[in-house]
Design a protein around this ligand. Sequence first.
Ligand SMILES: CC(C)(COP(=O)(O)OP(=O)(O)OC[C@H]1O[C@@H](n2cnc3c(N)ncnc32)[C@H](O)[C@@H]1OP(=O)(O)O)[C@@H](O)C(=O)NCCC(=O)NCCS
Length: 145
Amino acid sequence: VSVRVAETKAEIDAALALRLRVFAGEQGISAEAEIDGLDAEATHLIALRRSETIGTCRLRFRRGACKLERMAVEEGVRRLGVGRRLIDAAAGIARAEGASEVLLHAQRRAEAFYAACGLEAEGETFLEEGIPHVLMRMPLAAGAQ
Ligand SMILES: CC(C)(COP(=O)(O)OP(=O)(O)OC[C@H]1O[C@@H](n2cnc3c(N)ncnc32)[C@H](O)[C@@H]1OP(=O)(O)O)[C@@H](O)C(=O)NCCC(=O)NCCS
């Protein structure tokens, strides 16, 4: 499995298709909410097994922080470390871009995954698309690995 930035429109389209399978298909979020108009300004990471897109997330840089969104791994290949590889790659890119931290809005049912990857929850539960979320963040020490 290789993890890297999506480079072509076809690669980004494959990532969007995976997101729709996971967030619309599995979780019942509307396609309109999932494809929210912010993809053009984002950096898309993809996890590839041979030529198949099995994982993705996107990064947006705001006010010195890297916001990680739309983390999704294909249902049949979960708990094999793909999500962790995506987080590690995101942190590496965020650090290289000079971001002070990675932050995200975690679905509470995914909190243990993000915690295992080094993010810490902060504050109260809030709803997005009717789903309970919590803010999670990971500071990035400048120059650290
Ligand atoms: C959340 C998600 C991205 C995790 O991806 P993944 O590839 O399965 O995660 P990894 O295999 O890299 O897991 C890394 C570690 O996180 C923890 N973890 C992962 N999934 C977990 C779960 N469901 N419950 C508890 N811990 C979990 C484990 O400690 C795991 O280590 P392990 O191999 O020792 O079990 C994946 O389950 C997914 O796509 N879910 C549906 C979409 C979603 O909810 N996205 C999050 C939106 S905020």
